[in-house]
Design a protein around this ligand. Sequence first.
Ligand code: AMP
Length: 621
Amino acid sequence: MKFATFADRADEMAAEPGDLATVALVADALAAAGDGPEHRSAGGETATADGTDADDDLPIVARFLRGAVFPGWDERTLSVGPSLCHAALARAAGANVTADDIEERLAETGDIGAVAADLDLGGQTGLAAFAGGGDDAPGAGGSALTVREVYGELVAVAEATGGGSESFREDALFGLFTRADPTEARYLARLVLGEMRIGVGSGTLRDATAEAFLNASVTTPTEERGEDDRTEEVVGLVERALQVTNDHGRVAKLARDEGEAGLRGVSLSVGRPVRSMLAQAGTVADALDAWGAVAVETKYDGARVQIHYEDRAADEPDDRSGGAVGAGDAGGPVSIYSRNMEDVTGALPELVEHVREHASPPAILDGEAVAVDDDGEPLPFQEILRRFRRKHDVERMREEVRVELRAFDCLHAGGDDLLDAPLAERHDRLREALDDGVSELLVSDDAAEIEAFESETLESGHEGVMLKRPESTYDPGTRGREWLKRKPDVETLDLVVTGAEWGEGRRAELFGTFEVSVRVDDSDDDERAYATVGNVATGITDEELADLTDLLEPHVRTESGQTVTLAPAVVFEVGYEEIQTSPRYDSGYALRFPRFLAVRDDKAPADADGLQRVRRLVGDE
Ligand code: AMP
């Protein structure tokens, strides 16, 4: 495909406001890319690692439409920043234009594409020179830029290394810009900076792939589709293939060449990262209401890591991955990727060693790298940042900040892709694949049990808990409702402590649970001046329990078994998830998941929150 054709099509997409019409344009462009005279010309090389045959434009066009030159998993980047791009543009525009001029124009329009299209880059003269006379329209000439040539040049730009690579990159871009007509220049400039601005998101490209190659009817309104229409299923299939391969180009090609069966056959490759599954904010109440049972885990405050442990090829001596090979280790390379699929292996040698010692290849593990102190207790997030992307002084920093793995998921083990297996099963496979450093998972439908898990987690210094649907599959790149990070409390209430319970076992000398009450605003009866709304047992460390016991014990009024009543004297700030009406407490309301935040020693019981505020929060008043 001529690059001018690509650019014209991109221009049409940019001008099209309708989503479905854009899908139709993209589908057309994909079909044309796979169909042009250049497709499968004779003498092509064999398929390359990124699925780009030397004679097939489709994968390139699919990626270019998203402003990408390489697949998502590919380590290569263009290393072209704005200043390099501006310098190349200025050179192509001739002696009267400087990089500063380009920046000024950019400040006015905010779009490097518009700036590039406005420059006189000599695309027509350049073309005439290349075409040996130029009897065709600009952009359609015999040796005009092709998508493949642009791709080839950009690969060379990405692969340039060492001294002189900076000027090599600039020269290459300069060469492309001098051959570009205005529309080509617009999309060339945007492409090298990775931002196409043509309204083609990942979902558009997915839908267009299904439309172009798999008989889907995405652009037909749902009510007009036939009864046995399979559009949704087909689109789902393309989506899953995208999640697994992380490569729009390869998926488009597979859809065209091998159809649905080809997409169904895609599998993870150990060594190639996929996107991480992400979480939304939510509450324990949400999770219990929606799923019945909840899988609860510690939320580690570290940096996300996806660890790929390859099987060693039979004849391959392993000198990769830092060379840190544990005794009896039978594995191949270990690669560690960040949440953005950046390779961070070199910065985390102890995780590489840990995996070699404790994991069985092949495996893809998902987890968090956390900084810990000498006792293995979590350190603040800032500490892991000192280690995470470090390229120098790794060994010295290793002495200063210790890093450990907390693995919580397993995407592949022993040759089996596990994305479609339920979480609970993936966790079992994780335990089999890794014998140390696996996060504890509690599956429970009991609010009190979940609460106890959470308070233990908070006590050990972690930031909170994650809630996951036990049956959920692993959906790379998705931030859905299947994983929830427990929302921090938005509202808090200042409540009077009116009772307590002695703890059990080693905590028998300490209060463990505290009954909290609101002020009853219009009560003139001292006995009924406070009404209970909940019991707080969460969010309190052992140390705090001792202090709170000292603070409250002098106010004990009555004692029966483990339960005491207290004279109103101390005010707690209490967080909670929601308030429900409930006959269980005197106030008629119950806090769901209340937790202790602080003692309000600046407040007397008379300053505590009243029943009216609770009613207002619930919407009853
Ligand atoms: P946030 O960064 O606030 O959106 O929270 C989501 C992040 O929490 C994930 O991307 C992980 O890096 C991190 N995380 C910590 N512990 C877990 C866990 N047990 N399960 C999933 N994600 C976790």
